[in-house]
Design a protein around this ligand. Structure first.
Ligand code: HXC
Length: 524
């Protein structure tokens, strides 16, 4: 069996330092200048450049640069695979410790063998041990084919570690190159996926699909960033390129605590709680007219600055991180501009995932409610809107972080409960004078309960209008809910920011526990 070449150690310290520098240089060259240049030609950065851009200058301490593989078959006994195709280590981002890994596509296509997976898993274990976020750049041809079952086992260990870290330290995946087959389940098990427009991710590629189902599709159509954002909902952010991905990762991280035992840092507070009169003019009183809920969000949060999550998918609901008086919050808001803000299958999944994350990491939740109901339709029912909608009910009921709900306009039936009303544990509930909190809309209600009177009437249209008005007056106002204690206060929209700020201060010390259990069973 051939042996890997070993360097004979030099006699003097000076010469040994030269040897060390040479070896390090060789490792840092990865798959060599040509392959690194090829990476640049594709508009992508190298594994090391990505880490350099992500972390604070001079903060990166590489761990395991000299690690080697142990494969012998297919001529691998003499193969040198620098760092085994992944750069791993610890660093800081904006002064906060993190652990990072970055697959090196120039080294055997970034493929993951036993040693690569071991390095990644060890890095994740260090993140767990130290309570620090873990960030991973994926850019790989998947399991290293020459290593057979060992590479498969390596992925299994990565998945297991992803799940172990889940809910303990934030995990951020940056898909920066190919990520195919079972390998894509590692990012899928993290908290957030940022995907660049240079990357593709799928379980089975276009050629396999063609041979199995006969469907024609390009790699980009199937697994490009836009497809994952707008159609599959698999990813959370689209980035133009590596630089943009890093900026998103840094911004995202700025809203998150280091781990589940900490609160996110209070940062860059805007303590101006003066009334915001513009909030009175954004929302039309006529419930049939749409508006962009993001205009409301921008007026409520600090500096009008927020980071929308899954901005291109299930756009009938908006999920976003922001700060209010410097405190990190998760915002869940119906979007009346899209499908009148109805909750459907995808919106329920999107919101439930976000709520679960915020609760895991002690980030208070703020709901902006304008929801006419769950989306009616055969496809929705067959698609399982019952179990998908249940995820929101489950996630809010399970969440023990401060929950502040503001009812802006419609808040009907089960969809209102799914947006966290008092019964689902909202700590503070405010309603605007435009709020309509009821079991259903007045038109639908009148058609059901006054059906006979309307039918028997000489002028059914006039009677229907009269009955709608009657129901509207009786129920579709904020005051009935306020009378029942479902709403703490009916407020001038201009005071929304002040009210939320004060509630967040009050409930910052909220401590709530649940009955001991191994874990609950979220509907899925
Ligand atoms: C070993 C690999 C490799 C792999 C690529 N390479 N993938 N080596 N194992 N999985 C090597 C290539 O031989 C090549 O080596 C170098 O990486 C660059 O690859 P290219 O093909 O030249 O690059 P490109 O044209 O950009 O294509 C990238 C690619 C393609 C689309 C990712 O390489 C590809 O299809 N690779 C195979 C994907 C695959 O089938 N993986 C196994 C999946 S099974 P040289 O020396 O020429 O530079 C799997 C199971 C995981 O992942 C299960 C987990 C549960």
């Amino acid at each position: 069996m051939a042996e890997k070449k070993r360097v004979k150690l030099a006699e003097t310290m000076e010469a040994r330092l030269e040897q060390l520098a040479e070896q390090r240089h060789k490792i840092e060259l990865g798959g060599g200048e040509k392959r690194l240049a090829k990476q640049h030609d594709k508009g992508k950065q190298t594994a090391r450049e990505r880490i350099d851009n992500l972390v604070d200058k001079y903060s990166f301490d590489e761990v395991g640069a000299f690690r080697e593989h142990r494969t012998t078959l297919f001529g691998m006994d003499t193969a040198e695979i620098p760092a085994d195709g992944v750069v791993t280590g610890r660093a800081t981002i904006a002064g906060r410790p993190v652990h990072v890994a970055s697959q090196d596509f120039s080294v055997m296509g970034g493929s993951a063998g036993e040693t690569q997976s071991t390095k990644v898993v060890e890095t994740m274990e260090q993140a767990l041990l130290t309570g620090t976020p873990f960030l991973f750049f994926y850019d790989s041809g998947g399991a290293r084919i020459q290593e057979g079952i060992d590479s498969l086992s390596g992925y299994g260990k990565m998945f297991y570690a992803n799940v172990k870290l889940s809910g303990v330290v934030p995990q951020i995946a940056i898909i920066a190159g190919p990520c195919a087959g079972g390998a894509s389940y590692s990012p899928a098990l993290t908290d957030f996926i940022i995907m660049t427009k240079k990357a593709q991710m799928f379980i089975t590629g276009p050629s396999v699909i063609k041979s199995v189902t006969g469907e024609d599709v390009t790699g980009e159509q199937l697994g490009g960033a836009e497809a994952h954002m707008s159609t599959s909902g698999n990813i959370h952010f689209v980035a133009e390129d590596d630089d943009a991905a890093v900026l998103i990762a840094k911004k995202l991280l700025s809203f998150l605590p280091q781990n589940n035992t900490e609160d996110a840092a209070i940062a860059n507070p805007n303590n101006d709680i003066a009334p915001v009169p513009e909030l009175r003019d954004i929302v039309p009183i006529d419930g049939k007219r749409g508006y962009d809920i993001r205009d409301v969000i921008a007026k409520v949060v600090d500096w009008g600055d927020y980071l929308e999550v899954k901005a291109g998918w299930a756009t009938n609901i908006v999920t976003a991180f922001a700060r209010i008086n410097g405190r990190s919050v998760g915002i869940v808001a119906n979007q009346p501009k899209v499908m009148s803000g109805c909750l459907d299958i995808d919106a329920s999944d999107k919101a439930a995932e976000f709520i679960g994350f915020c609760d895991s990491f002690n980030i208070p939740l703020v709901q902006l409610v304008d929801v006419p109901g769950f989306l009616p339709g055969v496809q929705q029912e067959y698609g399982g809107i019952i179990r998908h909608g249940a995820k929101m009910l489950y996630a809010y009921s399970e969440a023990t972080v401060p929950k502040i709900t503001v009812v802006i306009r419609k808040a009907y039936g089960g969809s209102y409960l799914a947006m966290c009303n008092r019964d689902l544990g909202a700590d503070a509930v405010f309603a605007w004078p435009t709020a309509e909190i009821a079991v259903m809309g007045a038109e639908g209600a009148a058609n059901v309960i006054f059906r006979r009177e309307i039918k028997a009437s000489e002028d059914p249209a006039a009677t229907r209008a009269e009955k709608i008005e009657e129901y509207q007056t009786a129920f579709n106002t904020p005051y009935v809910a306020a009378a029942r204690g479902q709403v703490d206060d009916v407020i001038d929209p201009a005071d929304t920011r002040r009210k939320i700020t004060a509630a967040l201060e009050t409930y910052a010390t909220k401590r709530q526990s649940r009955p001991a259990k191994k874990h609950g069973n979220m509907p899925c």
